[in-house]
Design a protein around this ligand. Sequence first.
Ligand SMILES: Nc1nc2c(c(=O)[nH]1)N[C@@H](CN(C=O)c1ccc(C(=O)N[C@@H](CCC(=O)O)C(=O)O)cc1)CN2
Length: 299
Amino acid sequence: MSPNIIDGKAFAAKVREKVAEHTARLKSEHGITPGLAVVLVGEDPASEVYVRSKGKATVEAGMNSYEHNLPADSSEETLLELIDRLNNDPDVHGILVQLPLPDHLDSDLVINALDPAKDVDGFHISNVGLLGTGQKSMVPCTPLGCLMMLREHHGSLSGLNAVVLGRSNIVGKPMAQLLLGDSCTVTIAHSRTRDLDQVCRSADILVAAVGRPEMVPGDWVKPGATVIDVGINRIPHPEKEGKTRLVGDVDFESAAKAAGAITPVPGGVGPMTIACLLANTLTACSRAHGLAEPEGLTV
Ligand SMILES: Nc1nc2c(c(=O)[nH]1)N[C@@H](CN(C=O)c1ccc(C(=O)N[C@@H](CCC(=O)O)C(=O)O)cc1)CN2
């Protein structure tokens, strides 16, 4: 791998190894096995793949995995009943509802029905508020993974100009909070931002999370900047008819020439999302049992 590429796959493998070591210790010293319940509603093919990967990674880390697949036309009541059961199950330390949910279900209502202590996605309004006020919370997996990679690459982030392109509740907003927590000067930019190219060019750290394929060209990247590409976009393959190819929100080829460091897609942020889900499950389990939290696996 080229020297300026941040290898998310390798980084995620290290996080997963650390989680597995801590999990083994929890078992041998305390007789506790962390458990993660993943709820999937419907048959969205991408979501099915992610849920399978999460289950596999959970078992590989030595944790218990509980998968709940509900039909696409499930009622809100059915889903809320399941969440209530999982909230009250002492063997379940983490609960995740795979997104997006089918349109007839209110995602905010469903997420806010989770016990915040088991909300390993960090999407519950209590966790959002705790993160925003700098208190101990469950931290959303994708931004947490980005922060871990940035800390590893830079050491201290203090005083750096960070631009987060995208304002979603899942990535953009929590990412900005985390960078602020590490004393960056943070700008949240979006589709309505004026002179977006210049704003991006001011960034020492540029996090692209807009969900628009290859939207950020190389000449928006300040020479030497660190670029974190959160985008996962499937576009038609240029050479293979009927096939698709995965690209980020950044035009990798041109951006890699300007950047001091850059995450690729695939193999960058994506694998860290699942690694951080395991880290959050371990954190939730340790907190539930009043045990010391594993170091370096949360903020
Ligand atoms: N409840 C949640 N729903 C969703 C989340 C989430 O964090 N919580 N994030 C995304 C999907 N996601 C996990 O759920 C996810 C996306 C991508 C990857 C990943 O490893 N991507 C690979 C490429 C995989 C491929 O070939 O398709 C990569 O980038 O290298 C992991 C998890 C939406 N829903």
